[in-house]
Design a protein around this ligand. Sequence first.
Ligand code: ADP
Length: 547
Amino acid sequence: PESVPRRHGVRLPPDTTGEAFDEAIKALRKALGEDNVVLNDKPLVDGWYLEHPNTHDAFHLVDQEDLVSSATAYPASTADVQAVVKWANEHGIPIYPISMGRNVGYGGTAPRVPGSVVVDLGKRMNKIINIDAENASCVVEPGVSYFALYDEIQRRNLPFWIDCPDLGGGSVLGNAIDRGVGYTPMGDHFGAHCGMEVVLPTGELLRTGMGALPGKDGADNPTWQSFPAAYGPYSDGIFSQSNFGIVCQMGFHLMHETGHQSYMLTFPRDEDFPDIVEIIRPLAQKGILGNIPQLRHVVQELNVTGHPKSHWYSGPGPVPRDVIRKHASQMPCGDCAWVFYGTQYGDETAIKTQLDVIKSAFSAINGFKFFLPLDVPPDHYLNDRALVCSGVPVLRELEWLNWKPNSAHLFFSPITPTRGRDAQIVHDINVRLHAKYGIDLFPTLCIAGREMHYITNIIYDRSSDEEKRRVNALMTELIAETAREGYGEYRTHLLYADQVARTYNWNDNALMRFNETIKDALDPNGILAPGRNGIWPKKYRGKGWEL
Ligand code: ADP
């Protein structure tokens, strides 16, 4: 993607004159070193996943120059982060921390308030502080990617897995803070964390859990990575999906490597959908399914090959169902409607027993088929699933972006109960609204025993303002319609944070009032990521910032 000359100069933080900004930047450079503060004054380059910008949202949904920073700061230590926070309070300039900035589809590195200073933690704070082989845990800084942690475990020849999301380039810490998910039995990334070191919005330093109790002779507490909650209120949760602190270190439990077997199931009819969900529920609740499996509509077998849409269909609008059918019938999955990717864990006997139970349960659906990796060609997606589900980071899912020229994507991700009728309601809303706005529907469902993440990947051409407007209208309507039915999103792009936050309004917005109370107590000057997850500090509330 090309860079376009900037139409505007540096985007100043709100209520800040050019002079005051120059003075402030001078002070920040003094604190961090000249080279560690970079103005965002050059043409914006969207780059790509592995060379992503930290200046704006590379997957812009509005004008590329709308959601931009004024500058980027690169702290090297927790003490540096404290210095940045104190500076922000002194100058009244909002800051926006990122770890690596690869949460693509949810806003990338863009600050919610244009002109904020992005604090890029990952570039210089990228140490694996500890891997404790006895405790099966690690402590990382924000810049440690899944690839880096994986490589280090291999280098030390340790018997552990990591748990990565579909794409392995992101930050272990950043993804957990945003409550992302992965696909081994330890796929709940926030759930697998243990202990945090946090810089609060006033610059004060906090350790959570057992980390609050000093170890002997000034050492870190020996159970900091063993027992998450410790004593008193369990505070860690308020630092996830929030703007209450900057997490500088975080501990995680690691999974022991084990035998594993990935497989694919296919189901012939679109209408099988609620029945599939009904069969998954008890299998998941009883722990027979080894991980969080994915159920995808067959259209995804087309796009995960990496071929562009034009390879399959040259007409206008979404690829019609009969065209999908025609192509799928030539592929390993055959003419089917739903494709299920699962993995079982343990020794050979255990895996065989589990697979027998699973096959017998799904045999209630006429025409279901079972595939092992050796049944499909080596470049089939099942082989990439097998890697992700056994803790090996991959980049295969980037191939989604070949679908269109100038592709960008956005996720719509409501949570529903794992129940056929609920899943069908959300699916029907998606089918109807995607058709209304002429957008291909790509549902991937991550299904646990009691809830499922119904995730649709909305792919759009970011060079087309018309298409962006359509995608925006689709997204806004999806959020509103699913909320009316009682379903809410677990995570969203920063442009929809306010709308989604407003749907969680039980008892006169009790939850948001609670969040605002915490925000105002911790961040009286409102400098830390104002507006993230719909939480606005007092200084900004009711002044027209909410979308
Ligand atoms: P990734 O590292 O997966 O690429 P990001 O760095 O983009 O993810 O993090 C996702 C979001 O989580 C960021 O936009 C930011 O709002 C928040 N975040 C990330 N790291 C931190 C952190 N260390 N402290 C506080 N918030 C963070």
